[in-house]
Design a binder for this molecule. Sequence first.
Ligand code: ADP
Ligand code: MG
Length: 569
Amino acid sequence: AAHKETHGFQTEVKKLLQLMIHSLYSNKEIFLRELVSNAADAADKLRFRALSDDKLYENDGDLRVRLIVDKDAGTLTISDNGIGMTRDDVIEHLGTIAKSGTAEFFSKLSGDQARDSQLIGQFGVGFYSAFIVADKVTVRTRAAGQDSSRGVEWESAGEGDFTVADIEKAGRGTDVILHLKADEKEFLDDWRLRSIIGKYSDHISVAVQMYKDEVPESEGPDGEKIEAQPGQWETINKATAIWTRDKSEVSDEEYQEFYKHVSHDFGDPLLWSHNKVEGKTEYTSLLYVPTKAPFDLWNREQKHGLKLYVQRVFIMDDAEQFMPVYLRFVKGVLDSNDLPLNVSREILQDNKITQAMRQGCTKKVLQMLERLASNDKDKYQSFWNEFGNVLKEGPAEDYSNREKIAGLLRFASTQEDSSAQTVSLDDYLGRMKEGQDKIYYITADNYQAAKSSPHLEIFRKKGIEVLLMSDRIDEWLMSHLNDYKEKSFQAITKGQLDLGELEDEETKKAQEEAEKQVAGLTERVKTVLGERVKEVKLSHRLTDSPACVVADEYGMSTQMIKLMQAAGQ
Ligand code: ADP
Ligand code: MG
């Protein structure tokens, strides 16, 4: 082969390879899922590119993936006629990890095998999983539309480096040839392979094929003649896109496997929702909520969104236009009947169809979460623990759904003796006192500070529940939530504390009396503190502490002021 070069793997790849081979060994068959998944992606990409350039099919539009076993050589080949790769593609995609969250992933590794293998599963290993079962991998590929002389051969033993060389390759697409380790020969077995494909790849829309050997002419037990059968390629998966099938015909296992294919996550999803929408806009959506947050959840710039299809043709990954940012953890596919096949990100940006689908999908996700919250509290709690802080961005971003989102929020409160966020606003409303017309809350730097705030004293005494908020985003959240089910929110650190109906006449009189008595004292304190305070007042909210600082009713709260200071404002 010509122009042969040796390249070192990116450091992260080396680490990943080492780690993976050891920690994923007990689940080694997943390598086939990963490689077939890549082949299916390659078919999708070719179909998409061929929409505008039919010649890319090179007169072979029958896209398929083939598993080829060579028992003598001890190799298993996964061969596709998809988009293929150029030399540059190969060096970039099979030598580095371009995935988001990579640095974070490596920083979380502990050296503890059980924990690390869990993390690795979450991170996803893709192509490199081939080295779990192979001690050498050869990739032969040619990009669609290129001359047959522009083939590339990549080869590696999965240690420090790999080679790339130019080759002649007549057929378009990619062959991944696994030289199986001596004790992995089970993957040469026809039935073993069929059962793995059945388990992992039924939902994939491209055909996965195996060769059925010819059966020579023979004689049956009674001397009758049995006809010869020619050898042929046989499709061994269902090969229909899962979302086009009827819900009742898709098993939970199939939904779960498909999730792994679209999300590149190894774990099972927490829940999903499959919908065919008919009417003014027609589309099918299959939306998943993951069990675990991905490594890059906190990076709002990171890729997210749905896989977009138009009339079953793959159009793009990470179409973020169909999901608001506060639901960026949702994965899945959207298949539109209305959008044009040549749709681009620019066209999607400002488009009525996009808006309608976005509204529909948002509603579906909120509904699915509402249903989970009422049907399975524990499962909802585990969702909240992973994604609650993302959902808290919702009321600011999505005004029209803010009441729905508010209903999904969970808080710590004075009702429970724990920092766990388990109390819903409906729980709170159900416990309100006679005559209480506000939802009281406090924001602070941390749970301890919120819980031991002197502002709470009067509420404790009167047995009124207060929500304790101490996440960074809470202040932002509360500045966009004015009320819930017609009860307004009141920060107990802000302005005059008006307990409204909760105050009785006698207490009011006593308070007015007390105010007159201390008039001189508050004047003096004000003189001493001067410019540093706006006002000094007698407080009725403290029962044990002598004094506390409160924010102006219409000014920023103390917590917001701290946030602004931290941000250098
Ligand atoms: P992922 O599938 O999550 O992108 P992988 O490690 O599985 O990560 O694959 C890395 C990249 O290598 C793919 O994104 C793709 O660009 C390329 N690739 C892998 N297998 C194929 C293939 N069969 N055909 C074309 N490109 C491929
Ligand atoms: Mg992959």
